[in-house]
Write a protein that binds this ligand. Sequence first.
Ligand SMILES: [Zn+2]
Length: 337
Amino acid sequence: MSEDTVGELHVSYAEYAIGFDSFLYLKTTKPVHETLTLAALVAAGYPIPNNIAYNSSPPQVWEIFRGNIWNDDPKCSLFDDTPSGNNTFSKGVEWATDYGKAKLFKSSRGRGGTITGRSHFGDLQFFHSMSCIVGEPAEETRDKILLWCEVMYKIAIGEGISGKEQIDDVDVTRGDGGKWRINYWFGGDTDPEGNKTVEYLLTRGTPYRDVNIRHRALGSLLHVIQDSYAKGHTRRSGVSNEGGYLHLGPIKTFHCYHGQNEHAHTEFDTFDTDNIQVSNLENFNPFWGARSAIDACTRIIKLWMSGTKWGEQNGPLSVLEEVFTLAEDVTAGDNDI
Ligand SMILES: [Zn+2]
């Protein structure tokens, strides 16, 4: 079923897609992530018009979108950047090939896995607030997610990471004994390799002359938060219907994409972003998780705008620890929906 009733409330399980227009391989998809991001930017007081829409967003907002899209397109292969343009779609052939191969053969490091395949079906699924394999302990998934969030946030405000460092040299750790560092996932056998810069990881050496690494990093962080409220990515408990929308609570399970029921996924409703006014948050009420996602993103964007450091009291770390709170009855990763 593509919807559920929680108390008196009917909510649709919408797919959190990214916008893409293509005549080849891929159908046109609605810019759900980008629309959630715009709503959070407006709600946070970021200086853009209230009536802004996806199609009217200026280049600096597109730099945030490009980071927001990056988790789905970490090779930046859905775009044909030029020195003056950052929002022209490519034909999508390379992306579709990488995705299709990974879907068929699974995709992990060291077996010819591309970063696109690894992100969707392999060991980088934490880019989407998902478990990397069935049975992964939720605490481990959460550690990987918070590691990524910390690196992205610190780049986004310039807190000790500029983007010019090699991936190998990013000294942010998480987990017992500092087990997780981002160079855990990048080395001589991956593309990009661990000795490439963080900027290269996020932008793939784009020729776009006004590239903004801080905006891209913020966008990637927002993607992780948004996905964490999507049906199909996590199982969360609904905590209240206050204000006419569903407030989602702690995470019970992180799902794993590989092996999930494709049919159930395609039953998800299209989130028709064309009919949404981003300044009217009530427009998002019918969609599972959307209001909670916007609320969390708004809090992070406000902290980003004020340059609040990662570990400050009531700062981004505490917001994200709340977003990724695990339920008491938490279970290991599965491929249910
Ligand atoms: Zn995602």
